[in-house]
Design a protein around this ligand. Sequence first.
Ligand SMILES: NC(=O)c1ccc[n+]([C@@H]2O[C@H](COP(=O)([O-])OP(=O)(O)OC[C@H]3O[C@@H](n4cnc5c(N)ncnc54)[C@H](OP(=O)(O)O)[C@@H]3O)[C@@H](O)[C@H]2O)c1
Length: 242
Amino acid sequence: MATFGKGPILVTGASGGIGAATVRQLVAAGATVIANGRNAEALDALAAETGCATLPFDLTSEDSIREALDGRDLWGVVNCGGFGGEIATPMETDIDVFDKVISVNARGALLVTKYASKSMIRLGQGGAIVNVSSQASLVALKGHISYGSSKAALDNITRVSALELGPHNIRVNSVNPTVVMTEMSAFYWGRPEIGEPFLAQMPLGRWASEDEIAAPIVFLLSDGASMITGVSLPIDGGFTAC
Ligand SMILES: NC(=O)c1ccc[n+]([C@@H]2O[C@H](COP(=O)([O-])OP(=O)(O)OC[C@H]3O[C@@H](n4cnc5c(N)ncnc54)[C@H](OP(=O)(O)O)[C@@H]3O)[C@@H](O)[C@H]2O)c1
């Protein structure tokens, strides 16, 4: 049975596929969970199902994040909120989309880390943060100039935060999943001419499920990972290893 420190764990992106699966697994493991997203209806449904608390805010707004998190007691954070942006080459990229992808995936996660870690330090009980990155930060994937760049920035936020927060006994890690067939990914990876050659290169040769991403997130938050910080853990069926 996983054990966690005292205090709630905030999960951003909880109105989406991977975030909701993480909330369900954390609640089942005995954690107190606060679910974030913008879609209040989806968050309310998750709260009715699991008993989690809800805290809607917009990851692109520092004011919104500060208001939500300033002075709020937290022991843990899962930065799972994310935006897929567009599939484009560096030659064709729409720089407004690049700015938005960076704004949600990297800037938003950093702002949540900024305000959450202040509370964690104030409470003095240590803590754990898991950032939901992507395989797209570890290897070059066609069409992923904006998204991959945002997740590479997130991996660096993980490493520098691990360095700075380690003395407060706050661990910071990333998970780097392969494709999960949520709405965010289906429009591209669901096309046979894209998906089939990709799976042919992956040792396990199949897409991941939401629960297969949530389980390592729960592990990295738990006391079982008490000596692990600063890592970017591929959950990719071996794709980036081969
Ligand atoms: N699906 C994949 O194949 C895959 C693979 C690797 C990594 N990931 C990463 O895993 C994470 C979750 O993805 P998912 O597949 O579960 O996607 P999803 O179902 O589309 O969920 C995305 C989540 O991000 C939230 N979000 C987006 N923009 C936001 C904003 N401005 N403010 C607050 N929340 C915002 C959404 O909330 P609202 O809808 O309520 O606004 C939603 O809860 C993302 O970081 C994604 O990059 C996904």
